[in-house]
Design a protein around this ligand. Structure first.
Ligand code: CTP
Length: 386
């Protein structure tokens, strides 16, 4: 009778062999390494895995060298990433983890593969297939949970040790369409993300934003994080967003704008532009009112020039979509053909007056009060009283 476990291991190894980066892994014969986590989980449920994660009981550097690729990063002595032509593989040394306090980063030490599986977040991620002998090793209940499409923590302290797993749970539930086991759901409901640093929350938010449907996991987290999910509003804003807008950043700004305190946003350690957009989105209702009140294109320009396109799209979704669309698709691209040098050459002295002349000329151009072309612009800029 064929061994079901063996068959699953073969499925995983065959999937590995079929990948361009799998060739490098296959060269690892004789090394005690296993493919683990998302690769095994996804393959066994018929999904295309995103990346290969290897866990080894020896030195990661040795494996990296055996893979023949370039070592591109070395997060700690227990982890490495190697990449070659068109492939990249994460390698971690099998580890045991100890959490010095809830929410803190764990202290890790080398351990056996079985112990490495036991320290993981959910049973369906705690399945490995060794490369050497094609052996499938799984945490207790992992294969059953995978077959049942269920998400279950390996132990009751999982969310206390690492509350960011609540955010991972939401991502997996929606991406995989898995059901959260009721006991795990109760533990998740009691989890406190307040023990985790803002930068780790920021990193997890980023991952949520990269999911196929980011609003689904985010909607599960509104009691844990100061966010609100208004799907209709986000969809309206995305429909207004021009190609140069970042869709993920727009979503982040839309969900944080109502409830997230500025100090919390600062703590996420976003990139400067991201933080700027997210903070500015708080003004969206004000901008929406101003857009609706604007009586001319130049008034719109005075309100919207310099405001990030993501924020404008959100404001448009809250108020006048038509005026916002016109600004984003047409008016914001209107610029003068002349510049300060032209005015200097014509005898205007350098200073604020020169800038003000250009600004007023642009306003007249936006409002269709001057003809096209440099000459008309120059006459307009020079003709007015200082
Ligand atoms: N892990 C964990 N707790 C975390 C983060 C990760 O236990 N807070 C474990 C998970 O079991 C996961 C492994 O570390 O399988 C690697 O993490 P990650 O690369 O984020 O997961 P993948 O399985 O590679 O990716 P995914 O499942 O998202 O496809």
């Amino acid at each position: 009778m064929p061994d079901r476990t063996r068959t699953q291991a073969e499925v995983v190894l065959d999937a590995l062999a079929g990948r361009p980066d799998g060739a490098a892994v296959r060269a690892l014969r004789g090394v005690r390494a296993a493919v683990v986590g998302g690769f095994v989980r996804d393959t066994l449920i018929g999904r295309v895995p995103r990346e290969i994660d290897l866990v080894v009981e020896g030195d990661t550097a040795e494996i990296a060298a055996a893979l023949g690729g370039t070592l591109t990063s070395y997060e700690s002595f227990l982890a490495a990433r190697v990449s070659g032509d068109g492939w990249s593989i994460d390698i971690t040394q099998a580890r045991r983890e100890r959490y010095p306090r809830p929410g803190a980063l764990p202290i890790v030490e080398p351990a056996r593969l079985e112990q490495d599986l036991a320290r993981r977040d959910f049973t369906v991620n705690a399945i490995a297939v060794t490369l050497e002998r094609g052996e499938l090793i799984a945490a207790e209940g992992a294969l059953e949970d995978l077959a049942a499409h269920g998400l279950r923590v390996l132990h009751d302290e999982s969310f206390i040790d690492d509350p960011t797993r609540v955010m991972r749970l939401a991502r997996y539930a929606h991406r995989l369409g898995f059901t959260v086991d009721p006991h795990t759901a109760a533990l998740a409901a009691a989890a406190d993300l307040g023990t985790v640093t803002g930068s780790r929350i920021g990193a997890e938010l980023r991952l949520a934003l990269l999911e196929p449907d980011p609003l689904a996991p985010l909607a599960d987290l509104t009691e844990k994080l100061p966010i609100t999910v208004d799907r209709a509003l986000v969809q309206a804003a995305l429909a207004l967003a021009p190609p140069d807008a970042s869709r993920t950043l727009l979503i982040l700004a839309a969900v944080t704008r109502e409830r997230a305190p500025a100090t919390w946003i600062e703590s996420l350690e976003l990139l400067a532009r991201e933080r700027d957009v997210v903070l500015q989105a708080k003004r969206a209702p004000e901008l929406a009112a101003a857009i609706e009140a604007a009586k001319s294109p130049s008034e719109l320009g005075a309100i919207l020039r310099g405001v990030p396109v993501e924020v404008i799209a959100i404001a448009g979704a809250l108020g006048s979509a038509a005026a916002t669309r016109r600004w984003l698709t047409e008016l914001r691209h209107i610029a003068l053909e002349i510049d300060g040098d032209d005015l200097l050459a014509a005898g205007i002295v350098a200073g604020p007056e020169l800038g003000a002349r250009l600004e007023r000329t642009l306003a007249r151009k936006l409002d269709g009060q001057i003809d096209d072309g440099r000459q008309a612009e120059l006459e307009s800029a020079l003709g007015e009283r200082p």
